[in-house]
Design a protein around this ligand. Structure first.
Ligand code: SF4
Length: 767
């Protein structure tokens, strides 16, 4: 009997139970240990956990949540443990594996199965017309890439992508090499996640990053969490939320889904106060109010909150708005208030899917809060009007003067461990003028004038043959990007695709005419160079820069560090007579940090300060009450209300992550926080919608999305009856990514609109 494909196995194994009442707790501990001991063994696993997120230890490869000044013994969460064990797994694959598995056969396997195969152990090449990857030497691989780059008609025919795992040191040299080569084509994963935040905040307050630190959670009166599911995507944030609650703060959760990580938390860390808390006797109640907003309704909620504040302010001037702050620190107030007056409550309730009383209740909580913090993530950034929505978050804070003082401020929560650091190091298709000037002075060359291609533009350029080489520093481009069919075709249309990765993934199986896989060191591995053992550094979502040092012997003697790979490629492509000593940089990372100190503002005495346990914070002017944007003041911005209405018979879909997933890395097939066991092709639907569409809970369905350029389809999903607003549905990415076209992205930031897709759900043709 034919071996069942992974998909068939999964569909048969799917088991649905009610979501749990609390998050984390003992189950998080047992799950973390299962992954760590199962993949690393007890001794290596224990060593790894004792070093994870410790000062001078291994900075977690997963999300960008910061580490507290006082580190506990287990300074990691369940998903941090999964990320560590996923990288430090004992499972390895090399030439034998690839000799026995063709690319075509591997393509049939699920992302979970591919990831489970383990670490790549040597460089591999898929030659044009070949069916199997085969080993190649580093020398041959590097010279092949260099030869191809030098043969291009223009440097702009190459695209250099970066995922958020890349260290500061490697990222800085990578952008230097790419710009010295002659292009700004530096798309990165931030383009697909918080680019809307960067654009919005840079304009409104002059800094596209968080303005708070961890300690602000214990000083605030209120935390608003909007468009974010921290229980899965930044789990240690729950400890900060619990600490805020313990200190007397209130919490509002604005999310279509009643995520358990927003409502109840059992802190598994015995050093966070109660050694028996893990047993779940007294779970911490998180959200005091959950607003189940409809998909795409965040802007309407924010305008409703501000309208309620305005109405109260007009009843008693000066009782709600921080007049002194508004007059001394902001611009645009009058125009903004006029735009608020222009929005009616009827529009607000229609757009938000909430009743006025719910919004007014939240507004009263904001009025009672002298200081408040707002946290957000993809649920806000991946919409057409995301930039405007984020600026409404800023508007809300400016009305109350809740920024630039203890317990008050903005907290966009970045999803990848060094995605923010990479941007700070210059990984951006557009150059910051100060960075450009410093880089040109430091390395005595003229940087490319023309802005480069962002992620969406890069895919179009590869599709159209305008870009012929795709080089990726980490990541899983084809799975992370929208419009899977278009991005697959774009990659396959390239002459050469190159990935610097640690494990086999979907992108490796979507090769250009020639494809190279270059296996690099993981963050948990010892990085030995000519001048001795090296360490790297990263930047957390709260601007804390700290070192990360590996402790394990590399998975294979053939692995190379990201920095080594960039330097060898730069030497081979640009030569050594251009005044940049790539070899020195690759042998001693202190030299890289010296150069960063001279080019990137805020990195004074970098080598000295990075060696201080816990590292240092970058300057954060809005945190200190100054706003380094063009106006030199915080800006109120007036935007008309926007929300999407699905035509009759159709629904709004948002894409989400499961609890067994980090970005596109699938650790397992369970989503314990939503009661899903053993499967990923599920679609969460409202009970009434299921009935109104003549469907049944548990039924197999196909999903269709509708765009100007036609329809898109995904098949074989199972309906899961779920608590979600009527008219709204949800499904996991990357499985649902084929439904989002390349052309559907946020205005101004080009972030794909993966959080709001108009779909129809039909009985599966297979039934
Ligand atoms: S919260 Fe994020 S950074 Fe911290 S251990 Fe968990 S996954 Fe890693």
């Amino acid at each position: 009997m034919a071996e069942k494909s992974d998909i068939e196995e999964v569909l048969d194994a799917l088991n649905i139970t009610p979501p749990p009442a609390t998050s984390a707790g003992l189950h998080a501990v047992t799950n973390a240990l299962r992954h760590v001991y199962g993949k690393m063994g007890v001794v290596r696993g224990t060593r790894g956990m004792l070093k994870l997120n410790q000062k001078g230890g291994i900075d977690c490869q997963s999300c960008a949540w910061p580490d507290p000044e006082h580190r506990t013994l287990n300074e990691f969460c369940e998903n941090g443990a999964k990320a560590l064990s996923d990288e430090a797994t004992r499972a390895h694959i090399g030439r034998e594996f690839f000799a026995s598995h063709s690319v075509a056969e591997l393509k049939q396997r699920s992302d979970f199965w591919l990831n489970k195969q383990g670490r790549l152990t040597e460089p591999l090449i898929l030659r044009e017309g070949s069916t199997h990857y085969e080993p190649v030497t580093w020398e041959d691989a590097i010279s092949l890439i260099a030869g191809k780059l030098k043969s291009l008609a223009s440097p702009d025919e190459a695209v250099f992508y970066t995922s958020g795992r890349t260290s500061n040191e490697a990222a800085f040299l990578y952008q230097l090499f790419v710009r010295r080569f002659g292009t700004n084509n530096l798309p990165d994963c931030s383009n697909m996640c918080h680019e809307s935040t960067s654009v919005a905040l840079a304009e409104s307050i002059g800094l596209g990053k968080a303005t708070i630190r961890l300690e602000d959670f214990e000083e605030t009166d209120l935390v608003i969490v909007i468009g974010q599911n921290p229980g899965t995507n930044a789990p240690r944030m729950l400890s900060s939320l619990a600490a805020a609650k313990k200190a007397g703060a209130k919490m509002i959760a604005i999310n279509p889904l009643p995520e358990v990580g927003l409502t109840s938390f059992v802190d598994p860390n015995p050093q966070h106060g109660n050694p028996f808390s893990v047993l779940g006797f007294r779970p911490a109640k998180l959200a005091d109010l959950h607003l189940p907003v409809r998909i795409g309704g965040d802007m309407a909620v924010l305008k409703g909150l501000m309208k309620a504040l305005l109405e109260r302010e007009r009843e008693e001037p000066g009782s709600v708005f921080d007049r002194e702050f508004i007059e001394s620190k902001t611009l645009g107030y009058d125009e903004f208030i006029a735009s608020l007056d222009a929005v009616s409550w009827a529009e607000i309730t229609a757009g938000s899917g909430l009743i006025r009383e719910q919004i007014e209740k939240a507004a009263r909580m904001i009025m009672r809060a002298r200081s408040f913090v707002t946290c957000w993530a993809m649920g806000v950034t991946q919409h057409t009007a995301a930039v405007a929505t984020i600026q409404d978050i800023v508007n809300l804070h400016l009305l109350r003067g809740s920024i630039g003082r203890p317990g008050a401020g903005l907290c966009p929560v970045r999803g990848h461990s060094n995605v923010q650091g990479d941007r700070t190091m210059g990984i951006w298709e557009r150059m910051n003028p100060v960075f450009r000037e410093n880089l040109e002075r430091e390395f005595a060359f003229k940087t490319p004038e023309r802005d480069g291609l962002n992620t969406v533009e890069s895919i179009a350029a590869m599709r159209d043959g305008r870009a012929k080489v795709f080089f990726a520093m980490g990541g899983n481009f084809v799975a992370a990007s929208p419009d899977t069919e278009a991005v697959s075709g774009a990659l396959e249309n390239c002459d050469l695709t190159v990935q610097v990765i640690t494990k086999l993934n979907r992108t490796a199986l979507t090769p250009g005419r020639t494809s190279l896989l270059l296996p690099c060191l993981g963050r948990s591995e010892i990085d030995m160079q000519a001048s001795g053992e090296q360490f790297v550094s990263t930047e957390s979502t709260m601007l804390n820069v700290q070192m990360s040092k590996g402790i394990f012997e590399p998975a294979s003697e053939h692995l190379r560090s990201e920095t080594w790979i960039v330097c060898r490629l730069a030497e081979a492509t640009l030569g050594n007579d251009i005044g940049i000593d790539w070899r020195d940089f690759s042998e001693n990372y202190d030299l890289i940090r010296d150069a960063i100190e001279r080019v990137v503002p805020g990195f004074d005495n970098y080598n000295e300060r990075i060696r201080v346990p816990g590292g240092f914070y970058l300057p954060n002017p809005p945190r200190d009450g100054t706003f380094p944007n063009a106006a030199g003041r915080a800006l109120f911005t007036a935007h008309p209300l926007e929300y999407i209405e699905a035509p009759p018979g159709r629904l709004l879909m948002t894409t989400i992550r499961s609890h067994d997933q980090f970005n596109t890395t699938i650790y397992g097939l369970d989503d314990r926080y939503r009661g899903i066991d053993g499967g990923r092709r599920v679609v969460f639907m409202n009970e009434r919608d299921i009935a109104e569409h003549g469907l049944e809970d548990g039924q197999k369905v196909d999903i269709t999305s509708y765009w100007d350029d036609g329809e898109r389809h995904v098949k074989g999903f199972t309906i899961v009856k779920y608590v979600i607003p009527a008219g709204c549905t949800a499904a996991y990415f990357p499985e649902a990514n084929p439904l989002v076209p390349l052309g559907s992205h946020a205005r101004r930031s080009f972030t794909p609109t993966s959080k709001c897709i108009v779909v129809s759900i039909e009985k599966s043709e297979e039934n």
